[in-house]
Design a binder for this molecule. Structure first.
Ligand code: HEM
Length: 515
């Protein structure tokens, strides 16, 4: 289906095996970045499969993900759907039927609204403080090296447990992967990221009706089991008939209570999906699946970049010290409001730069052209137009787009002034009223465009519902950790390893907190 003038690897012209092997190799983000760099100037579109086009450049987000384009998700996402009691149970991220998605989203969107942040904040604070205390006692006081990468993941999982069902999952406390939950989610991502390149394979393997009927467990993942147990507890309270128990079941400030409220309000409403126990479970699982590893990966990137960029770390420390001296931040964990103030401008630039260079989900966010007239794609100068036929899959890989100098280094003109788009440079995001200097001379208008072109949280109607919560969590824990352990040092850079299983995960972030 892909027009022949779109360049790409030869094998990808004939078979999806090229992209399956590329993802299996776990370095596909770099491979795709190199391909786009190679063809840039000639084509912003690259063929990654007989039926898959990857795009990068100014203006493509709008052309592919805008709501009026109505492009549904591809079957890559269908592979991520869970099986509960023998039936597919899609989470919000993985549902591919747009009508079902709209009904699900209508049911629960309120739970993710910006206004809920105030209520979620104490839950994030309590886990953050527990995290800081544990690190102090277990590692800093003992002058022991810490696998900060693991602990950031433990933190992210515990926060999601707390936000979703008012229960930390116990990772920080036990300092280990409780019930192999992390391992099993990791294995899911490893399998589905690869099989998702040829989704029909999943129909033969994991979703094969015979296998599902006779061999697959009713609930197939430890986190689903855990969520199911807590859901049963909460439902029992709700159905107990006692007013106090009912109130405690839906009066908690967590997602589950909000989902249960939605259930009681929406019964009989035709515009929403029926809130079955299977859907409740999918929503809970979906939260932990969507919001734990993504945050962990982003936090690891933030700390890796800071610990390998002493100048930028020093600027951040200076900002935080001044904010402390002026009483502009609450210790030990800034409030959401403080984190958005003019006192923590550089802190926000650091986080923005990390999510630019390290988008947690780094494969093309695939959508399908369904319009019989096809999807026209215009080059940024408007001079060229290619129409992708109905049935073509098209997507942008945030990792690739975020390294496009035309988008993120807008003052870059040509090779006589080389771009630093591949480098960690938080100062590119500084607004004009900052006392620090914008390193690339970007104007406020350019910053606004850059901000708009960040695809870390996707775009359009399928964009991340948890973005506000994610930003709140990161804008709290990053300054909190730096303020608590200002002298932290990376132990050995060579232990840092990266693996792309859709989540761009890393291992080997070993640190001394108090050298
Ligand atoms: C740094 C952290 C995070 C990143 C980078 C991230 C990224 C994303 C991306 C890229 C998508 C869309 C995927 C696509 O278009 O294919 C998405 C969807 C979603 N995310 Fe996040 N996410 C993060 C944190 C969270 C958190 C904390 C939650 C829950 C509280 C969450 C809940 C969701 C949900 C429910 C969807 C599905 C939205 C829909 O299709 O309507 N995410 N996320």
């Amino acid at each position: 289906l892909v027009p022949s003038r779109i360049p790409g690897p030869l094998l990808a012209k004939f078979t999806d095996l090229w992209r399956l092997l590329s993802v299996y190799g776990r370095n596909t983000h770099e491979e795709q970045d190199k391909l786009h760099k190679r063809y840039r100037g000639r084509s912003d579109l690259v063929r990654l499969g007989p039926n898959l086009v990857s795009a990068s450049g100014p203006g493509y987000i709008q052309q592919i993900y805008a709501i009026d384009k109505k492009l549904p998700k591809s079957n890559f996402y269908a592979t991520f759907q869970n099986i509960v009691n023998g039936r597919r149970a899609a989470s919000l991220v993985a549902v591919t039927d747009e009508a079902v998605h709209a009904r699900m989203k209508r049911l629960v969107a309120n739970a993710y609204a910006l206004s809920t942040l105030v209520e979620f904040e104490p839950l994030v604070d309590s886990t953050t403080n527990f995290f800081l205390d544990t690190l102090q006692q277990r590692f800093a006081a003992e002058k022991k090296e810490i696998d900060l990468g693991f602990y950031l993941q433990a933190y992210a999982f515990d926060v999601m447990g707390e936000l979703t069902m008012s229960r930390r999952l116990g990772f920080i406390e036990q300092g280990m992967d409780v019930n192999n939950i992390m391992k099993s989610i990791d294995a899911n991502f490893e399998y589905f990221s690869v099989i998702g390149q040829m989704p029909w394979l999943d129909e033969l393997l994991g979703k094969n009706p015979m296998y599902v009927k006779y061999f697959r467990k009713n609930v197939s993942s430890p986190i689903l089991k855990f969520a199911q147990q807590l859901l049963q507890e909460r439902l029992q309270h709700l159905e107990s008939g006692k007013e106090s128990e009912k109130e405690s079941a839906i009066g908690k400030p967590d997602f589950l209570a909000r989902f249960l409220q939605a259930k009681s309000q929406a019964s009989g409403d035709e515009g929403t999906e029926p809130m079955t126990d299977g859907l409740l479970l999918s929503l809970m699982f979906g939260n932990i699946n969507a919001g734990a590893d993504t945050i962990a990966t982003t936090l690891r990137a933030v700390f890796y970049y800071l610990l390998t960029h002493p100048k930028e770390l020093a600027t951040l420390k200076q900002e935080l010290q001044t904010a402390q001296d002026n009483g502009a931040v609450t210790m030990s964990c800034p409030t959401w409001h403080e984190s958005q103030s003019e006192h923590l401008v550089y802190t926000r630039c650091v986080i923005k730069e990390a999510i630019r260079l390290w988008p947690a989900l780094s494969l093309p966010l695939e959508r399908v052209v369904v319009d019989p007239a096809g999807l026209p794609l215009h080059s940024p100068d408007g001079e060229d137009k290619i129409v992708l036929k109905q049935g073509t899959i098209v997507g942008i890989n945030p990792y690739v787009l975020h390294r496009d100098p035309r988008v993120f280094d807008p003052n870059f003109t040509d090779s006589s002034s080389p771009s630093n788009v591949d480098s960690f440079d938080p100062a590119r995001w500084l607004p004009s009223n900052s006392s620090l200097k914008n390193s690339r001379g970007n104007t406020d208008a350019q910053l606004k465009t850059m901000e708009h072109d960040l695809l870390t949280f996707s775009a359009g109607k399928r964009s991340c519902l948890g973005k506000n919560i994610a930003m709140m969590e990161m804008c709290k824990v990053v300054p909190a950790l730096i303020m608590k352990f200002p002298n932290m040092q990376l132990v050995d850079k060579s232990r840092w390893k990266v693996k792309n299983a859709w989540v761009l995960a890393q291992t080997g972030l070993f640190v001394k907190l108090n050298p």
